[in-house]
Write a protein of this length. Structure first.
Length: 353
């Protein structure tokens, strides 16, 4: 390549660098309020990626319908989630942030994929089994087909990487199976094969009262989680009441000291200090010391987040404007995929006269 051509080549690379960036997509179901688990396991990582990847993050409001919802509360919560995303530092210019229900193509692709999904694959999903047990009175078909809608969310935007917590790995595997089925049958390369992107540190934050299960924002026992918009008194109370084992040593040992290990993980990720450092600092000290300090770290981290969230919630018109802009950008991309999927499976394109 001549010097001239290489300069032009580099300029083009820079100009079109967004085309070469890998696409990341993730979302969070609009139920409860985001917790420390969501922040550490998901949003903290999303934030780190917003400069280096082409990122789409969405509010999974359709997924929220798998459990019964009060319409008013759902609407309010969707705004609040969006405000929580923004307050946690997701930039609506750098990322495409949108509400799932604003893009009708999610449900359209979901139907096509539903018709390709063997029931046996859905029967294996452990999250369905857990949620069905918890929601005995409302085990609806949506709860069962939830992973197919999730696959559609991902495939619609031809995502390369999907940052999720450990708990979502199985859903990602199903999504990858569906890409295999689809492309095998209708043509290689129509849907892109995505990969899970699970961060090693703090990938799974556990419940404060029962550290053998994950911290979950839809937990009916509020003491099990810290919501990122909890007030300071509540945060302090919940952390001080966190379950620890009967020993005294502050040591990271998930098998024998699940509670303390969970507190150390939270402390370490929020303060960006290695766990070994913390173990040293708390050698010979009591659990109570660790809890008091951790409560302070959490409060300091979340104080500006809650303030920003509350400020944003006072300006709905601004939130609507941003959501609308996000939807426009997302829709253009979603439409391309659904058009090629519909064509591949043999659906007639509508002729406009
Ligand atoms: P729900 O209780 O409504 O199922 P959830 O708290 O499990 O909610 P999701 O909306 O399912 O949260 O997940 C949003 C993102 O946060 C996902 O990427 C998920 O893997 C991650 N996540 C959820 N809980 C945790 C946790 N305890 N530790 C780490 N990551 C988590
Ligand atoms: N099921 C997810 C939320 C979710 C999601 C997605 C995550 C819905 N669609 C697509 C990543 C990609 C969860 O984390 N519980």
């Amino acid at each position: 390549m001549s010097a001239f051509h290489s300069v032009v080549h580099r300029a083009k690379q820079k100009r079109y660098s967004f085309l070469m960036k890998q696409t990341i997509l993730s979302g969070s179901t609009v139920t409860g309020n985001l917790t420390l688990g969501n922040y550490i396991g998901a949003i903290q990582n999303w934030k780190k990626m917003q400069n280096d990847y082409d990122c789409l993050y969405f509010l999974a409001d359709l997924h929220a319908l798998t459990v019964s919802q009060d319409p008013k509360v759902l609407r309010e919560r969707t705004y609040s989630f969006f405000a929580q995303y923004l307050a946690l530092g997701l930039d609506p210019q750098k990322n495409i942030i949108f509400a799932q229900s604003h893009i009708h193509q999610h449900t359209e692709l979901s139907w096509v994929l539903t018709c390709l999904t063997p029931l046996g694959f859905l029967n294996r999903m452990t999250q369905f089994k857990e949620k069905a047990e918890k929601n005995e009175k409302n085990v609806n078909a949506g709860l069962y087909t939830y992973p197919i809608l999730m696959a559609s969310d991902i495939l619609l935007y031809q995502a390369d990487l999907v940052p999720v917590g450990e708990d979502q790995r199985q859903h990602l595997e199903l999504c990858r199976d569906l890409v295999g089925f689809f492309n095998n049958r209708y043509g290689a390369g129509i849907l892109k094969m995505p990969q899970a992107f699970v961060s090693k540190m703090g990938a799974r934050i556990m419940s404060l009262q029962d550290p053998t299960k994950k911290m979950s924002k839809s937990d009916e026992n509020e003491k099990n989680f810290v919501s990122i918009i909890d007030d300071e008194k509540k945060i302090e109370k919940k952390i001080k009441a966190a379950a620890t084992d009967s020993g005294t040593e502050i040591k990271y040992d998930v098998d024998n000291k699940a509670g303390v290990s969970n507190l150390l993980t939270i402390y370490s990720t929020l303060s960006e200090r290695p766990i070994a450092d913390l173990e040293k600092e708390y050698e010979g000290k009591m659990y109570g010391h660790l809890k008091v300090d951790l409560a302070e770290v959490v409060i300091q981290t979340l104080r500006p987040v809650k303030a920003k969230h509350d400020e944003l919630m006072r300006d709905r018109a601004y939130l609507d404007k941003l959501l609308n802009a996000g939807a426009e950008r997302a829709q253009a991309r979603a439409q391309k995929t659904i058009a090629s999927v519909y064509e591949a499976v043999g659906l007639l394109p509508r002729q406009l006269f």
